[in-house]
Design a protein around this ligand. Structure first.
Ligand code: NAP
Length: 232
């Protein structure tokens, strides 16, 4: 673990599953100290134990749609490790396509998690990232680059894509780098019916590690990764 990533603190929301958990595993392998945030504490604690326990990682309960919990997450990370070098706003979920298919209540949850939650993660971590001249990452999607028919989910991810570029411009001059991660179809519990010919969560984790392992003068702004078999 003696490389330049050693000990950098890497906060990840949505770390209890899929892309977030795979990124935490890769980050640990590369010498980062992951801070794992989500609502499912049992899963986070099991992952934290796998990744070396309290010296190397921290599990924090955080519903990203709650500002006080986001603030507590950042305070817990700073309390444990004294710094945050990378923040990955990754928590999110989808819903059925068709504007008459989903419920208004589910839309509300999705917007509050995917859009408001990501914005709160930015807001909560920017002071610590300014201190560390760190790196902010957001999980958008292929669905955040091209609209999908009747998809409110696609609308939320377009907002995240805009948020990444808005943050990049806002943070210019601070030394903070900003990266949008835009996965194509990836086989995770995101889907009730797991997809065939999809990416694996680790395929996206490797893209994240690529972005965060560049020299300080290189700002990888967007990475869009589709499975070879994906047409749209
Ligand atoms: N899979 C794909 O094909 C795909 C493609 C493009 C983009 N994405 C995006 O990738 C990100 C990760 O998804 P995934 O595929 O890895 O799915 P996943 O395995 O279902 O993981 C979703 C993660 O988000 C967390 N989460 C959901 N609501 C939350 C909330 N209110 N507060 C805190 N954490 C919350 C979940 O944890 P808890 O339930 O424990 O809170 C879980 O850790 C999402 O933003 C998704 O939109 C996925």
């Amino acid at each position: 673990m003696s490389n330049e990533n050693t000990d950098r603190v890497f906060l990840i929301t949505g770390a209890s599953s899929g892309i977030g958990a795979a990124t935490a595993r890769r980050a640990h392998e590369d010498g980062f100290r992951p801070v794992l945030a989500a609502r499912s504490m049992e899963r986070l604690e099991a992952l934290a134990a796998e990744l070396g326990g309290p010296k190397r990682t921290l599990a924090v309960r955080c519903d990203v749609s709650e500002w006080d919990q986001q603030q507590q997450m950042v305070e817990a990370a700073l309390g444990a490790f004294g710094q945050i070098d990378l923040a990955f706003a990754n928590a999110g979920f989808g819903g059925p396509r068709g504007f008459l298919k989903d419920t208004p209540e589910h839309w509300r949850e999705m917007v509050l998690t995917n859009v408001y939650g990501a914005a709160l993660t930015l807001r909560a971590t920017i002071p610590a990232l300014t201190e560390s001249r760190g790196h902010l990452l957001l999980t958008s999607s292929v669905a955040g680059r091209r609209p999908l028919p009747g998809s409110m989910y696609s609308c939320t991810k377009h907002a995240v894509t805009a948020m990444g570029e808005a943050a990049r411009q806002d943070l210019h001059g601070t030394g903070i780098r900003v990266t949008l991660i835009e996965p194509g179809m990836t086989d995770t519990p995101f889907f009730d019916n797991r997809p065939a010919d999809a990416l694996e969560d680790d395929d996206i984790a490797r893209a994240v590690i690529y972005a965060v392992s560049q020299p300080a003068h290189v700002n990888v702004n967007e990475i869009l990764v589709r499975p070879t078999a994906q047409a749209g």
